[in-house]
Design a protein around this ligand. Structure first.
Ligand SMILES: *Cc1c(COP(=O)(O)O)cnc(C)c1O
Length: 362
């Protein structure tokens, strides 16, 4: 490949080209410091501008104020699976989980190691092809929080509207659709996302915690696994993943240039429509895994009911510069991950490729 391809990998995933170009320009001499951002102290003024700038941009993009704390942590979304119950599964309460895919199952499994849990709803039956309806959700008597996975990376489903949990805070794993659209953040106690899908490179996890919820946290957890440790030190308790935060900062600025979350949603809907329309108009040649009313805007999963044909699709696509379309083994078939940074042209070109592949093989 001599040119950049259209990268449909599920994560780590494509990044905005202007961000990569700026990082390249600045790599050897970061903003006149004579050093690379890879080399400067995380206690320096130059780096503080990067990390506090990123915090400010997160708040601005979400339209949240000082009732929330923005944290940049390590250990990926997977560490949050443990940190959430270790901090918030309080004595005498239960942690409620809504299961919509493999990542929610993993989150539940970690909570079970910490204390009592309850499955408030699950769509495992039918291989997670849909999001539960409000009336299917049965909370426990005294939930400390209700955990959801906003977008199911593997199955290609996503919550269209977040559930009504009354006054119980929602804790959400938004790893694969963070900042893809605006929503009412006030219902959430904690939002977390590994950056490597929709926000930046691997190595940093963006966490947003509501301060009144944080105050309830009980701190038997080890120092590094307490939210309060990181909140009190503005994510500088120990050395943060400085380069990842720097790239995240650039991605956030890029997001702002796209018209913020409202602008981004509009673009994301346009992108996903190219591929979903192709599936819907293929007369069953392509079969979407997700129910129509549960479709993800970020991960589009489909099969062809024929493993050889699916293999040929992936191979031909790769040869034409569409990379990473092989589906996850739990669903099989194909998956196009079209995160924020995937340009509209990538989705339009993939839809054209699908049309041509169907013409030749249908
Ligand atoms: C990828 C993914 C994870 C795992 O993230 P890590 O940062 O690798 O731990 C968790 N949840 C969801 C929804 C994901 O897509």
């Amino acid at each position: 490949m001599s040119e950049r391809v259209f990268n449909f990998y599920a994560g780590p995933a494509t990044l905005p080209l202007p961000v990569l170009e700026q990082a390249q320009r600045e790599l050897l001499n970061f903003r006149g410091t004579g050093m690379s951002v890879l080399e400067i102290s995380h206690r320096s003024k130059d780096f503080e501008e990067v990390i506090f700038g990123a915090e400010k941009l997160v708040k601005e993009l979400f339209g949240i104020g000082d009732d929330f704390k923005v944290l940049f942590l390590q250990g990926g979304a997977s560490t949050q699976f443990s940190m959430v119950p270790m901090n918030f599964l309080l004595e005498g309460s239960t942690a409620d989980y809504i299961l919509t895919g493999s990542w929610s199952e993993k989150a539940l499994k970690e909570a079970q190691k910490v204390g009592p849990t309850h499955i408030a709803a699950s769509t495992k039956e039918g291989n997670y092809k849909r999001i539960p309806e409000q009336k299917e959700i049965m909370l426990s008597e005294n939930p400390a929080y209700v955990h959801i996975t906003s977008n199911n990376t593997i199955y290609g489903t996503g919550w269209q509207e977040f559930p009504d949990t009354g006054n119980i805070p929602i804790v959400a794993d938004m790893s694969s659709d963070m900042m893809s659209r605006p929503f009412d953040v006030s219902k959430f106690g904690v939002i977390y996302a590994g950056a490597q899908k929709n926000l930046g490179p691997a190595g940093v996890t963006l966490v947003i915690v509501r301060k009144d919820f944080l105050e309830k946290a009980q701190p038997p957890a080890p120092t590094m696994l307490r939210y309060s440790t990181h909140a009190e030190k503005d994510s500088l308790y120990n050395t943060p993943p400085a380069f990842s935060i720097y790239i995240l900062n650039l991605v956030l600025k890029w997001l702002k240039d796209q018209g913020g979350l409202t602008g981004m949603e509009k673009i994301n809907r346009e992108k996903a429509a190219y591929i979903y329309n192709m599936i819907d108009q293929s007369d069953g040649f392509y079969k979407g895994h997700a129910d129509k009313d549960s479709r993800s805007l970020m991960n589009i999963t489909f099969t062809m009911g024929n493993a050889d044909l699916e293999k040929a699709f992936a191979q031909e696509a790769t040869a034409q510069g569409f990379i990473g379309l092989k589906g996850h083994r739990s669903v099989g078939g194909l998956r196009a991950s079209v995160y924020n940074a995937m340009p509209v042209e990538g989705c339009a070109a993939l839809a054209d490729f699908m049309k041509e592949f169907m013409r030749k093989n249908g």
